[in-house]
Design a protein around this ligand. Sequence first.
Ligand SMILES: NC(=O)c1ccc[n+]([C@@H]2O[C@H](COP(=O)([O-])OP(=O)(O)OC[C@H]3O[C@@H](n4cnc5c(N)ncnc54)[C@H](O)[C@@H]3O)[C@@H](O)[C@H]2O)c1
Length: 350
Amino acid sequence: MKRITVNAASQSYDVIVGHGILKDAGSYISEVLKSRRTVIVSDDNVYPLHGEALRKNLEAAGFDVNEFVFPHGEQSKSHETLLNLYAFLAASNITRSDSIIALGGGVTGDMAGFAAATYLRGIDYVQVPTSLLAQVDSSVGGKTAVDIPAGKNLVGAFKQPKLVLSDIDTLATLPADFFDDGMGESVKYGMIWSEKLFELIASGNIKEHLEELVTECIDIKRQVVETDETDKGLRMILNFGHTLGHSIEKTQNFCGLSHGKAVAVGMYLLTKAAEKHGIITENISDRLKACLEVNGLPWSVDIPAETLFANSVNDKKRFSDDINVIICKTIGKAEIVKMPINEYKKLVTE
Ligand SMILES: NC(=O)c1ccc[n+]([C@@H]2O[C@H](COP(=O)([O-])OP(=O)(O)OC[C@H]3O[C@@H](n4cnc5c(N)ncnc54)[C@H](O)[C@@H]3O)[C@@H](O)[C@H]2O)c1
């Protein structure tokens, strides 16, 4: 078991990572919450698998527990689910001193976290991430949000959790496709910050090192978030591979490559292009490709470069605007490179 303390400017909290730690959830959570009334928020895949055990454990620790279970999937990260959750919190007599426990993947964590940020102007919440993506990334850092028709994550708030409990054993029930999504983000952490982590992932037997993987990724996110909690500078490096990744998802109408796989392709295409244009002088794209391949992740997509470029810039951007491009000139270090849009266009298309 590992304990990482995140000293964010707004709040400090621990992230506990290990095998079987949900068996002690009640005692860990009682240490950080004063009130013993809480609502578990979870989706209809995760609650039947892990919810009852968590609930019983909390009740044994003296908690009065209600649960709000919603249909799984990104489409539930909506105002509709959020309004149902607010109504449920009110019906459960949740007061300002009570709390929410988010049990699930990034959708649950983001949506429950946003409810915690806004209900009664803010109540405490605990993250219990059960997808790899949520364990290596979204459960830490305090970005909470729901989607609106105009776009993903457009309505949100920064709200740090009181505690994050990452039980590696919950990943045993995670479908392989979603595991791969988490691996896409994990490769990103290696690329932007740690060659050692990259090599661990590139070794090809990551399933034997999941506790180390989650701990290393979270320790990197901790350092980034402690420096830049509200995404005004360094935190932008977490977007490595995401500009082209989003473009791939958008071009395929969000029905093609899933997010983590699109990010994998985005990281490779950008790195390869930056090598071709002399921005990167080392050959790192071959190492990145090999690392993606050994983890079953894609590195190419059948979309014309012009389309990839067009869909990767905000429609409102004019060609005179600059864009921040995250580039890793070596494995383990990212840079924010500000370039005019037309230069970025050349990079992606020529
Ligand atoms: N807040 C942040 O910093 C941040 C960062 C990255 C991504 N995100 C958000 O995270 C979301 C994606 O996260 P996700 O991939 O975890 O999505 P998700 O929450 O939809 O989970 C993926 C799927 O796996 C299922 N699942 C989760 N854990 C399981 C388990 N242990 N066993 C069986 N099934 C399980 C879920 O029911 C769902 O069907 C997106 O909405 C994205 O915007 C947020």
